[in-house]
Design a protein around this ligand. Structure first.
Ligand SMILES: CC(C)(COP(=O)(O)OP(=O)(O)OC[C@H]1O[C@@H](n2cnc3c(N)ncnc32)[C@H](O)[C@@H]1OP(=O)(O)O)[C@@H](O)C(=O)NCCC(=O)NCCS
Length: 136
């Protein structure tokens, strides 16, 4: 939670209960916590939001500290997320990003994710773009 406050706008922060539901991972650079991501297992994103779906892993968050951004760590973490999902037996990996988040959309596309749908009121002030990759 503390890490995400340094990476995301206030409106996008999760509460403690939600963090406990997630499986979260650090990306360490010489013992410094440079990145964090979190998954929910067997969850997909439908037009109505997150729903249980066997075989689908949901990336709840992906963040790199501002001072570490632009050095390839986001790509490393995204590639690792795909490997994590594949090796844990998932068929699909899905995430949602703000429509204006060009960096994340471009990174996702270059890692093989495709746009699935736009959800108009996903964020309080902006639409969310659902992106997914088929793994097997
Ligand atoms: C999105 C984020 C994870 C990318 O991490 P990063 O370490 O900066 O990214 P990388 O250096 O690995 O760059 C990987 C690719 O991301 C894209 N990218 C990164 N920064 C970008 C920018 N400012 N504008 C456009 N594309 C960008 C590019 O496709 C880049 O590949 P390229 O350099 O070959 O063009 C990072 O910027 C971040 O944590 N942002 C704030 C939190 C956030 O928005 N998370 C996503 C929520 S869904």
């Amino acid at each position: 939670m503390a890490f995400d406050r340094r990476v995301f706008p206030k409106a996008d922060l999760f509460d403690a209960d939600y963090w406990r539901q997630c499986e979260s991972w650090w990306l360490l650079v010489e013992d410094v916590r440079a990145g964090c991501c979190a998954f929910e297992r067997d969850v997909d994103v439908t037009v109505k939001g997150e729903r249980e779906r066997a075989g689908c892993a949901y990336v709840a968050t992906t963040g790199i500290l501002p001072r570490f951004q632009g050095r390839g760590l986001g790509r490393l973490m995204k590639d690792w997320q795909i490997a994590w999902a594949f090796h844990n037996g998932f068929r699909r990996l899905v995430g949602v990003t703000r429509k204006s988040n060009r960096a994340m959309i471009r990174l996702n596309r270059s890692c093989g994710f495709r746009e699935v749908r736009t959800i108009a009121d996903y964020y309080a002030d902006e639409a969310g773009l659902v992106m997914a990759i088929k793994l097997r």
